[in-house]
Design a protein around this ligand. Sequence first.
Ligand code: DGP
Length: 115
Amino acid sequence: MSSSDCIFCKIASKDLPSELVYEDKHVVAFSDTTPQAPKHVLVIPREHVESIMELSDKELAAHILVDVIPHIATNLGLAEKGFRVVTNVGEQGGQTVKHLHFHILGGRDMQWPPG
Ligand code: DGP
């Protein structure tokens, strides 16, 4: 299912351009347009899922976390020094795009706590 007014659905279907980093049958990853670190990639399911609160497909969740994110982080050269994975949920979580996405951030020291 895709949502006709969702920009990430349009990126997944290539109706909107993106700097593609990775894609397969279930997942697309592309560079963030407002990078918060030297390497900043967004990983999304092709299927429109609003956030992890609506993510019921365990195979898809495992694919993203076990296969895709480590693969991309390795390809970006982030595996050795480390990186951060973030998924914002809802208003107080700071989610601005209502299509599930995992931020991969790396290439600099990260601070904690986040803002
Ligand atoms: P969040 O705040 O967690 O919902 O993150 C949304 C991210 O999506 C934010 O870092 C900016 C990025 N973004 C928004 N619109 C676009 C777009 O059209 N293309 C790309 N590549 N990134 C976008």
